[in-house]
Write a protein that binds this ligand. Structure first.
Ligand code: ADP
Ligand code: MG
Length: 689
């Protein structure tokens, strides 16, 4: 976190840089424990922001109590204590105190172990705040081993009294973490933290200093706007988010600047007749949106600096066709092309599709983990005898060389890091780069998150698509009826399950159990199963027979998420839909509705707490809107991928919630880099918008 960029003289390390060992109560054992989870400096500790805040001046509602039972999270209640007494227990050495906790939202049973003094301390009529875990006992809710603290009446009417709640950290309980962080936060009151952002930027945006922000987030005061605090929208949150964005934007802008100012190459020869010829390789006319994006690609290729372009579009919008035109243009200019897919299955599929469309004299090779044992392929590539190589991560390897690599295409960008993509581009000179996202995100967000790429959007689906009607169901019975009807009607069905095997930690059925049930319920059904543990040839064979119509229902894991294209498949059932992210559900649903048949998607889930999220999936068929909702809920981690270091980009910031700060950071980063180097001015100002 912030500590990384704080610089100060070595003789007096700043507060954030100093060891957690300085804190009272951190001896060698605790120190080792903290270090094992990456917390060695006070700055690391202070970077652990509370996961939420509780208002000590109000009591939990009945609903909040219920969900704390489910989440197994401690919670605070306000109430009076009645009938508190020691009760005899059989086990020696154990002393139990029990009593009634009367709160505004009902009465709980209080249970305390080994706190015999409690019975004597409790005063009738006094309001206490209890904080502890709640469970469901035989006679109702019980609060266990809660801390008990008298609260004065005045304090209750004096606005919120915030208590920060922290998560677990390795072996340390939330309470232990809270104690350590509180000790570190106390230091912030008396010591200054060196600021790590330029003061003029803080001033421009009216943002508080780093030290103050950390202090206020760990020890919020009653005057803070409650909603802002709970939603992470205080100026102190904004300060930390902005700092992270600025660092990211500086990195992306520098990289882009280097491209714009230093690399010069001979432009490709792309005229209208070549464009028409290459587009003619496709069996259909490009949609208007595809044509526009192809035009953007073509004008990139005609420039002296390489193309760095991101193509976004909803599932099924036809990104592959656009990439095929791009690669055709590169091939016809005498270059080799590398086409990178995230999985072997997808690489094989792309290779197959491309082979169908490319002119027969073009030589195509596939290079995946399981096909690396083909040294003759690699030699042919290095000699320039292969025009197009389609592969997976295997393409990054040093032993993979090209004679004249001109274009790199990366499908499903979020699964690859920035560093990986650069490694591939580095296998040629001033190589063009075309990246395609799996998850479309709002344009403003894409511009900033992929700040070093130009962005194109395909915002139109090919003709003849019917929208997929989606329904949430809680019973499998209804789904089985729908399957029967669909198949009687000549359609085909995907049945998706989240995992191959059931496990103890997560509820859900194994693929075998589901298969068994389907076979029993629908005995005439021709059923096929595919998942990631089958070898590629067998999986392909089964998918092919589904495509050929020899199988009615394909029971599958998410291996079918990308790529497969079966126009007659008109029903998708997704079991344990709550196990999937929204964007992933949308991606899955994109497998149906590809032909003329009216298509449906049935999402099964019994998990009540996922309902609201799944309703977004039910209502919306817009991948951009869904991705946005996903981002807002889950944060960017899963969706936007990791840096090469494996670290997520952001730890405080949420690019949806904090979009305005992302935009500001982007502008500021450009300004800083322009100031750093006058040469940068033109290219940065010239490009896009
Ligand atoms: P995605 O953007 O999800 O990668 P694909 O490239 O797989 O989408 O395309 C989805 C389907 O639409 C494919 O079957 C493809 O052949 C078809 N398709 C793409 N563009 C067109 C078009 N302009 N006209 C008709 N069909 C198209
Ligand atoms: Mg695709």
């Amino acid at each position: 976190m912030a500590s990384a960029s704080v610089s100060s003289p070595p003789e007096s390390p700043s507060l954030l840089e100093r060891s957690v060992g300085e804190l009272a109560g951190v001896g060698p054992v605790r120190l080792a424990q903290l270090q094992s989870v990456g917390v060695s400096k006070l700055g690391h500790l202070l970077a652990l922001l509370p996961s939420r805040y509780e208002d000590r001046s109000r009591t939990a509602t009945a609903d909040e109590l219920e969900s704390s039972v489910l989440d197994e999270e401690p919670i605070g209640v306000l109430g009076t204590l009645e009938d508190v007494r020691s009760v005899p227990v059989r086990r020696r050495g154990l002393r139990l105190v029990q009593g009634r906790v009367v709160t505004a939202s009902g009465t709980l049973k209080g249970l305390w172990f080994n706190r015999p003094y409690l019975a004597k301390q409790v005063k009738a009529g006094q309001t206490y705040r209890l904080f502890g875990k709640v469970r469901r006992g035989r006679s109702g809710l019980e609060i266990l081993n809660a801390s008990v603290e008298p609260i004065e009446e005045e304090a209750l009417s004096d606005g919120p009294d915030w208590v920060p709640i922290y998560g677990r950290l390795g072996d340390l309980s939330p309470a232990q973490v809270a104690k350590l962080v509180a000790a570190a936060a106390r230091r912030l009151e008396s010591e200054t933290v060196p600021e790590n952002l330029p003061p003029e930027l803080l001033e421009r945006h009216g943002l508080p200093a780093l030290g103050e922000s950390l202090l206020r987030l760990h020890r919020p005061d009653a005057r803070l706007d409650a909603d802002a605090l709970l939603e992470g929208r205080t100026p102190f949150h904004a300060r930390l988010a902005y700092g992270e964005f600025l660092r990211q934007q500086l990195e992306l802008t520098r990289r882009r600047w280097a491209l714009d100012t230093s690399v010069r190459r001979k432009p490709l020869d792309v005229d209208e007749s070549l464009l028409a010829r290459v587009a003619g390789w496709l069996p259909f006319e490009l949609t208007g949106a595809q044509q526009r994006v192809v035009g953007e690609v073509a004008s990139d290729l005609r420039r002296e600096r390489p193309m760095w372009r991101l193509v976004q579009g909803d599932v099924g919008c036809g990104k592959t066709a656009v990439s095929l035109v791009a690669l055709g243009l590169a091939l016809e200019n005498g270059f080799q092309v590398a086409y990178m897919a995230p999985t072997e299955l997808l690489a094989e599929q792309h290779a197959k599709t491309l082979a169908e469309h490319l002119p027969p004299e073009r030589r195509l090779a596939v290079l995946t983990g399981s096909r690396m044992d083909a040294p003759e392929v690699r030699e042919a590539m290095a000699r320039g005898e292969v025009d197009l190589v389609v592969g997976t991560h295997a393409l990054f390897q040093d032993s993979v060389r090209f004679r004249k690599l001109g274009l790199v295409i990366i499908d499903e960008q979020h699964r690859f890091g920035v560093g990986q993509r650069e490694k591939l581009v580095g296998k040629g000179e001033s190589v063009d780069l075309l990246v395609m996202t799996a998850t479309p995100i709002p344009r403003s967000l894409a511009l900033t998150l992929y700040g070093d790429l130009d962005v194109s959007v395909i915002d139109e689906l090919p003709p003849g698509r019917s929208p997929v009607v989606t329904e949430l169901l809680s019973s499998g019975e209804e789904a089985r009826k729908a399957i029967q009807t669909e198949i009687d009607d000549g359609g085909q069905v995907y049945y998706v399950v989240p995992f191959i095997e059931a496990s103890e930690e997560i509820s859900g059925r194994s693929i075998e159990e589901v298969e068994e049930e389907l076979r029993q319920a629908l005995p005439q059904l021709r059923l096929g199963v595919v998942h990631g543990r089958l070898d590629a040839a067998e999986r392909d064979r089964r998918m092919q027979s589904f495509k050929d119509g020899d199988i009615d229902l394909l029971l599958a894991t998410t291996v079918i998420e990308v790529g497969v294209d079966v126009a007659n498949a008109s029903l998708m059932v997704i079991e344990s839909a709550d196990r999937f992210g929204l964007s992933q559900l949308h991606q899955l649903r994109g497998r149906v509705g590809r032909g003329a048949r009216r298509s449906r998607c049935l999402a099964l889930s019994e998990v009540e707490t996922s309902r609201e999220r799944l309703e977004i999936f039910e209502r919306s068929s817009d991948g951009f809107a869904i991705a946005e909702a996903d981002l807002e809920r889950r944060g960017p981690g899963d969706l936007l991928g990791k840096r090469q270091s494996g670290q997520p980009w952001f730890r405080f910031a949420n690019p949806v919630r904090d979009l305005i700060w992302l935009t500001r950071a982007r502008e500021d980063a450009r300004e800083l880099i322009e100031a750093e180097s006058p040469v940068a001015k033109r290219p940065l100002r010239d490009r896009r918008e």
